[in-house]
Design a protein around this ligand. Structure first.
Ligand SMILES: Cc1ncc(COP(=O)(O)O)c(C=O)c1O
Length: 460
């Protein structure tokens, strides 16, 4: 078989893909009649597909990941140098980039102290869940083991993380689920569960307390929340929500686990989403933007207080966190993460995220004034959603086929945007816009210009 490809002929790749690839979160029947799209190259905010077409990437690799943009030689060089010197050893022993990145990361997270490496967001979340369970056994005879999660939040694709997942469509048919996970209500005021309330943030937080009291506080070990719900519709918690959540966790001795897999490492204009609200978490998990997709790395970060719970009795061979992640010992991850973080600092990308985020917000709000179909615009930094509705008064969601038509129209114009995908039945109606943190003002205008044109064509 000829394995050499020319720049212009990817027909063999397309056929190999059609014959053997099983893509993520995709129905494959259409590939019988249309070619799968192959992404071949990336530079800055742009990617090129197998037909040579250029696209402006307004979703950072489709999944809020490529924060520093494509083609960063500095990251590639650091990874190359590191893996030639020492690519892997079990993380039971230390590594140079592992220790260095842990120190850099903790410097950005006052109050936190320890970094546990893994490979994916799901896995990092599972580490925190296991710690909560072990703490329950060590301190509470196994009783305080329940983990609360929120409707519309997502924490990963494994059986335990879907058991903690508020996306009905991601979960359906994959049960039975792991026991001990309990749902609390979402905090999207636009779709209020309690009608018109004066202080929705407080009301939604109090709903968590109601669940705790119903379950029995002595059975609840942790509360796991996204700082801003991502795939469930880009939901920024309303004012008053986070302080009350913190208060409730302290009141009932419940560990607070913040899932920063999407928001972490700059996406919202601060290093972490929770830092907008002064929250003091016990666990913080992160993945996507940690190395911007240049290497697979995730981190579960915790406090010295939690860490201390796992080293109480050195004479007891069971008294530690008995967990391992093979690829958590790969040095490519932290080597890439060090350069990624340095780029964000040296190029002022948190500031760019705030400035370009403000422009993106202004442009989206202007679109909302002209397009009835935009029911609400939500977000922070370079992390935005526009919920589409068939009727502004009734808030009936726009048909999903039309939402997808907007994404498809933008793609034709050379701009890749996203939409909430197989999350909630009937409510996959939010457009997602989250370009790399290096995006320019002209590119922001190009993104919203493409959405403008698409809305006009699809909805009139
Ligand atoms: C908030 C959140 N947590 C966890 C995950 C799971 O991360 P991964 O796909 O790396 O396992 C995701 C993935 O999209 C996510 O959005």
């Amino acid at each position: 078989m000829n394995r050499t490809l020319t720049a212009n002929d990817l027909s063999e790749v397309v056929e190999a893909d059609r014959a053997h690839m099983w893509h993520h979160l995709l129905q494959h029947k259409p590939h019988e009649t249309t070619d799968p799209r192959i992404i071949v190259e990336g530079r800055g905010t742009r990617v090129w597909d197998g037909t040579g077409k250029e696209h402006l990437d307004a979703v950072s690799g489709g999944l809020w990941t490529v924060n520093v943009g494509y083609g960063r030689e500095r990251i590639a060089d650091a990874v190359r140098d590191q893996i030639l010197k020492m690519n892997f050893f079990s993380n039971s022993l230390g590594s140079v980039p592992g220790a260095r990145f842990a120190e850099m990361l903790i410097d950005k997270m006052p109050g936190m102290s320890r970094v546990y490496y893994a490979n994916s967001g799901s896995e990092a979340n599972e580490k925190a869940f296991k710690m909560v369970r072990q703490i329950a056994h060590k301190r509470f005879g196994g009783k305080k083991h329940k983990i609360l999660y929120r409707d519309r939040d997502y924490h990963g694709s494994t059986i335990a993380t879907i058991s903690a997942g508020g996306h009905e469509q991601r979960n359906a048919e994959y049960g039975p689920y792991t026991p001990g996970f309990v749902k609390v209500p979402h905090c999207l005021e636009y779709r209020s569960q309690w009608g018109d309330v004066d202080d929705y943030g407080l009301r939604a937080a109090n709903a968590i307390e109601e669940v705790i009291l119903r379950e029995g506080p002595e059975t609840v070990g942790a509360l796991c929340l996204e700082p801003i719900t991502a795939g469930g519709g880009v939901i920024v918690p309303p004012e008053g929500y986070w302080p009350r959540v913190q208060e409730i966790c302290r009141k009932y001795d419940i560990l607070l686990h913040i899932d920063e897999v999407v928001c972490g490492i700059g996406r919202t204009g601060k290093w972490f989403g929770y830092q907008h609200w002064g929250v003091e978490p016990d666990f913080v998990t992160m993945a996507k933007g940690v190395a911007s997709g240049y290497a697979a790395i995730s981190c579960m970060v915790t406090t010295e207080k939690v860490f201390e719970l796992f080293k109480a009795d050195p004479s007891d061979p069971m008294d530690y966190f008995r967990d391992v992640s093979t690829f958590g010992g790969c040095t490519a991850g932290p080597a890439a993460a060090i350069e990624n973080m340095a780029i964000i600092e040296e190029e002022g990308l948190l500031e760019n995220c705030q400035e370009m985020g403000a422009r993106l917000e202004a442009n989206l709000r202007e679109l909302q004034e002209r397009h009835e179909v935009i029911g609400q615009v939500r977000g922070m930094g370079l992390f935005w959603g526009a919920e589409l509705v068939a009727d502004r008064d009734t808030k009936e969601p726009a048909p999903e086929a039309k939402v997808l038509a907007i994404v498809g129209d933008c793609m034709k114009q050379g701009v890749i945007i996203g939409a909430t995908n197989r999350s909630l039945p009937g409510y996959n109606n939010t457009l997602c816009i989250s370009p790399p943190l290096i995006v320019t003002a002209d590119e922001i205008d190009q993104i919203t210009g493409a959405i403008d044109g698409a809305l006009t064509r699809v909805f009139g």
